[in-house]
Write a protein that binds this ligand. Structure first.
Ligand code: HGY
Ligand code: MN
Ligand code: MN
Length: 413
């Protein structure tokens, strides 16, 4: 069977038009009208492919092609929600390619042994509702539906309200589809594959993620009359923490990353000493002990900054996922498939979080990467050459065929 790569490209382009930003990027933040429009478009393509479509209580969407032995599907999937200024491929490539694998079976009148399913998980990016990978987290039993429904977005809406408003509050119980195996195709979003000059990434695991929201509370005051030794300057405290996060990564060493992505001063006026700054810290490491050490240093340095500047602090942990190791059998199957189809590959861990790390909690799961030009992602400049996208989709098809035909006993421990 040969995958219809031109349909993949035309669908990536069509979806990119939904929530298109002035700088050519994509903005379909979870459960906004643009995300709804993207969801509606994907559902129309699933209908065109003749799939059985189900939506669960978290708004996760599942398109299924019945197999000879219907029951627990071989699943592919990812997400189509984006960060605020995303590219066209993050998540979308995996969903559209998964749909294409199933459409290839349909086009060739091939009935698979297992049901084949493509999933679109809700709120993978986590920029509006935290935590990220929320839809797959609940699907995998990592959070209750009720708790997730009550999560309040950065713009003050509950997840339940937005699911109802966008008409994506499904009735299917979250996690009721018992998945036989899961493969997610995704762009690497980093520089490793391009630096290694390889087409395919065989992903062995995902690094642990720790997100905190930190609010320094000092004292708003007059910029002109307040002597420097009387200030409780929340922006100064926040700036010290930005520098400290970089120093923590240097202290922990190679493999530790740290990012301050949000810094919001109040009252944010030119002639007022900021009384409050809300900021976020994103720490990640593939090594759980090192990630814990980074978190410890973070707390230590916050305490020190507060004493030094005389400010108070509120700390909220938004996300904490431990590192994940993918299923060895599926990892090997992907490596063999790449090799058999003439593609050099690199084994690597994922720097980004993915729905696959949640699926790995409940079924054998792994990922296939393709390179990102200049390692750029979460940016309108996100790009992967056509031949690389095609290679990834071809390896996905061949790997799914093998799993479907029972090349690996995914139940064997
Ligand atoms: O944050 C992440 O790594 C993913 O893009 N949600
Ligand atoms: Mn993604
Ligand atoms: Mn992303």
């Amino acid at each position: 069977m040969k995958i219809n790569t031109s349909r993949i490209h035309s669908r990536i382009e069509a979806l990119a038009k939904v929530g298109k930003t002035s700088d050519g990027g994509s903005r379909r933040i979870a459960l906004t009208d643009d995300d709804k429009a993207g969801r509606d478009l994907l559902i129309s393509w699933m209908e065109k492919t003749g799939l059985d479509i189900k939506i669960d209580q978290l708004g996760n969407i599942f398109g299924t092609l019945k197999g000879k032995n219907s029951g627990s599907p071989v699943m592919m999937g990812s997400h189509i929600d984006t960060v605020g200024n995303g590219g066209h491929l993050d998540g979308c490539y995996g969903v559209i390619s998964g749909l294409e694998v199933i459409a290839t079976y349909v086009d060739h009148n091939e009935v698979p042994e297992h049901d084949l399913c493509v999933a679109i998980f809700t709120n993978e990016e986590g920029v509006r509702f935290q935590p990220d990978m929320l839809g797959s987290l609940v699907y995998a039993g990592g959070m209750s539906v009720g708790e997730a429904h009550e999560i309040v977005s950065t713009d003050g809406k509950t997840l339940l309200e937005e699911l109802i408003r966008t008409k994506y509050l499904g009735h299917m119980e979250c996690g009721s589809i018992i998945t036989h195996a899961y493969i997610e195709l995704h762009i690497e979003q980093g520089p490793v594959l391009e630096n290694n000059n390889t087409f395919i990434g065989v992903v062995e695991g995902v690094q642990g993620i720790s997100w905190h929201s930190i609010t320094f509370k000092g004292q708003s005051n007059h910029a002109g009359t307040t002597p420097m030794n009387m200030r409780k300057d929340a922006a100064y405290a926040a700036s010290k923490l930005v520098v400290a996060v970089r120093e923590i990564t240097e202290e922990i060493g190679v493999g530790q990353v740290g990012t301050v992505g949000v810094i919001t001063p109040k009252p944010n006026l030119i002639n007022v000493v900021p009384g409050e700054v809300q900021m976020t810290v994103d720490l990640r490491n593939i090594d759980e002990e090192k990630l814990k050490a980074a978190e410890f240093l973070l707390k230590e340095v916050i305490d020190y900054i507060c004493i030094e500047e005389g400010v108070k602090v509120e700390i909220e942990q938004l996300v904490r996922f431990e590192p994940v190791v993918f299923d060895e059998k599926i990892v090997e199957l992907i490596a063999d498939t790449a090799e058999e189809n003439g593609y050099f590959y690199t084994r690597l861990n994922s720097g980004a979080g993915h729905d696959a790390q949640m699926m790995a909690r409940i079924c054998p799961a792994a990922m296939i990467f393709v390179p990102s030009r200049d390692g750029i992602s979460h940016n309108p400049r996100e790009y992967t050459a056509t031949e690389l996208l095609d290679a990834g989709a071809e390896v996905l098809l061949k790997a799914i065929q093998k799993i479907d035909q029972g090349d690996i006993n995914t139940n064997a421990s």
